[in-house]
Design a protein around this ligand. Sequence first.
Ligand code: BTN
Length: 318
Amino acid sequence: MLTLLKLLKDGRFHSGQALGVALGISRSAVWKQLQHLEAELGLSVHKVRGRGYQLAKPLLLLDAAEISAGGLCEWPVHIFDSIDSTNAEALRSIERGVEAPFMVLAERQIAGRGRRGRKWVSPFADNLYCSVVLRIEGGMRQIEGLSLVVGLAVMHALRDMGVSKAGLKWPNDVLVGEKKIAGILLELVGDPADVCHVVLGVGVNVNMQSTDEVDQQWTSMCLEARRDFDRNELVVRLGAKLQQYLRLHHASGFTAIQLEWEQYHLWQGRAVSLIAGVNQIDGVVMGVDRQGALRLKVDGVEKIFSGGELSLRLRDDS
Ligand code: BTN
């Protein structure tokens, strides 16, 4: 089915006969595959008698050669047409002994994972689903604040590409205003105090324009900048920004990034509720500490919070 899609991706008309010859199947089998393409991948195909088939919109697919030609992303890249989750595939690759660092990308995810057990909506060829695997040997210091560092790198990649209002929300969401444009999910295997592997999972809404499936306020690069984006260019720029900030973090720890992170924190000084399971703590955001934990003023006293299961909400009176 995806071979057929690759023949159609230029957005031009292709006759059923020519497609059948290229694929070594009958014209009616081509028709059946097209029905599947529409139903399964949510793509729309124009069918015009006498001319053949045409995708409603040309498709720019992920392309390893184009990414490496960009010259900025040093990591080997593994691209999948369809996968459960790039983070899950990254973890399987670690298990199989694939040597880190490397990057896993997919055109779509069937079971994309979000923070706190949520699903990450991952339609075909619209967005970026990316997992970078690192091997970490330096003990806890190399992990502290890492997810915030990834958020900062993602935000800069988006800004460089024209999403000038992208900002951060603790711990690692990238927002435009109050709408989420990118999310980050770190998963770790091994002993963080000794040697471990960390998977930096990054999902960016790139060309998605509509969906009923996302249950929070969201936006995309396309909706913000009013143009389509080439996801290969985003991978190149994101890879370069990640490498730049990870190098700084590796050499100097989160303290080297703390002030810059706060500068881009959209909720600095805002009245928020911190949600931890069924518990809620109200306070005012003061910033982050040297490890990337949240500093919150609660009843006039500064308190520190950290942990992957925490999330923030703006209070009505903020
Ligand atoms: C969040 O909930 O904000 C985190 C979303 C992380 C989504 C990305 S998409 C690529 C990688 N693979 C996954 O299954 N999840 C992350």
